[in-house]
Design a binder for this molecule. Structure first.
Ligand code: FNR
Length: 387
């Protein structure tokens, strides 16, 4: 397929852009307001250069890492993304299967449209990301449902108290739940392959996709004029509820959307096992610090906390930089979605394989035979001209 011709994540993005209606591509690729955090995530990686260690035996490379007691093939995973079904048929299961086959972690989004139990069947070791309101009577049954599906790692997203302003979505006539705007319909008509392979199949074979995984109950259809009330109470969410969840949830607990050392320490003091250092891929507060820029201070302040980083990871070298600065693993959002749009499950697998291969090659070129040995000795600040 075309996806397999892609030599890089950037190539996959080009294919995805061609295949998807502008509104859908905009939803995936875009950020909020001026998109400055989206750019900053990428720029932060460019702010570091490698110090190679020549004449080190790199004939055998160890890429594997252990996260929450599970051994994975590489310090790489798929971050949670909502409504993958609009980018590829059965998107949640396709992503889960691709991650499982690559032996990498996958986080199912609360805003997914496949019942979490079905995705957990496809990948029993998957993680689940929750959006929770500040109402323990709602959180409790959700935790029971997630535990009942055999899920061992719960990720609670903390950076979406309310929806952000995504102007590109408004300009493209895109909204969730999907509203059949003129622009969206036109986008569909001019992308017949997407209509036939993704949209129509999703509707015909799976019925109207639902927000399935917000609560213990089933959610509302995503194609609807009315918004469900799944967001009710999220703005009031606080560390108090995280502490409550910690008491009640026996598995591993991760908070997603931490950017400050003090918050990492607070999470650790509550008994949280890990955090996602993340600005939601530049999709929430525009101007939020780039995740890679936030990493070093957090790594220094919270030893022992499992640090997962996402935002702008597009190359094996990005993974190496994140791990060298103290992350236990780097995660990708959009690259997996571009893979899905370009080639379904095989496209996601290709995205993961590209990153894994780059990681392997780049480790050798760097002169580091084991990701566990990565550290500040491999990096220096890029020289930036004085403006
Ligand atoms: C997201 N992200 C996200 N995060 C989350 O906690 N729950 C969610 O439902 C979603 N949904 C979502 C949809 C789409 C289309 C994107 C692109 C992102 C954020 C995601 O988990 C992750 O933090 C970023 O995507 C990482 O940045 P990159 O790799 O996309 O640059």
């Amino acid at each position: 397929s075309a996806a397999n011709q892609a030599l890089s994540i950037a190539d996959l993005a080009v294919i995805a852009r061609r295949r998807l209606p502008p509104g859908v591509y905009g939803y995936v690729s875009g950020g909020s307001e001026d998109q400055s955090s989206l750019r900053a995530n990428r720029d932060a990686f460019d702010g570091w250069r490698f110090q190679t260690h020549p004449l080190v035996d790199v004939s055998r490379r160890e890429l594997g890492v252990t996260l929450f007691g599970t051994r994975y093939a590489a310090p790489l995973g798929i971050s949670p993304m909502g409504v993958t079904a609009i980018c590829g048929f059965d998107g949640d299961v396709a992503m889960a299967r691709a991650a499982r086959e690559a032996n990498l972690p996958f986080v199912l989004s609360a805003a997914s449209t496949t019942p979490l139990e079905r995705v957990a069947e496809a990948y029993p070791g998957m993680w689940y990301q929750a959006y929770v309101p500040a109402r323990t009577e709602v959180i409790g049954p959700l935790l029971d449902r997630v535990a009942g599906a055999g899920i061992g790692v719960l990720v609670v997203t903390a950076d979406v108290p309310i929806a952000s302003a995504r102007e590109n979505e408004l300009r493209n006539g895109f909204s969730l739940p999907l509203r059949l705007s003129t622009k969206l319909v036109w986008g569909g008509l001019t992308h017949p392959r997407w209509m036939a392979e993704t949209f129509a199949r999703t509707l015909l074979r799976q019925g109207v996709p639902h927000f399935e995984n917000f609560t213990a109950q089933r959610g509302g259809p995503i194609i609807a004029a009315a918004r469900g009330d799944h967001r009710a109470g999220r703005a009031a969410l606080s560390w108090k509820e995280i502490a409550w969840i910690r008491e009640r949830w026996a598995g591993k607990l991760v908070v997603k959307g931490v950017l400050r050392a003090a918050d990492a320490q607070l999470a650790q003091s509550i008994g949280v096992d890990g955090i996602f250092i993340s600005n939601h891929g530049g999709r929430q507060l525009d101007g939020a610090v780039a995740s890679l820029d936030a990493l070093p201070a957090i790594a220094a302040a919270a030893p022992g906390l499992t640090l997962l980083l996402d935002g702008g990871v597009r190359r094996g070298t990005d993974i190496i930089k994140a791990v060298s600065l103290g992350a236990h693993a780097a995660f990708v959002g959009r690259p997996a979605m571009y893979g899905l749009a370009a080639g379904g499950q095989a496209g996601v697998a290709h995205a993961l394989a590209l990153l894994r291969r780059e990681l392997d090659v780049d480790l050798a070129l760097l002169g580091c035979p084991d990701v566990a040995r990565l550290g500040p000795a491999y990096l220096c600040r890029a020289h930036r001209p004085v403006p």
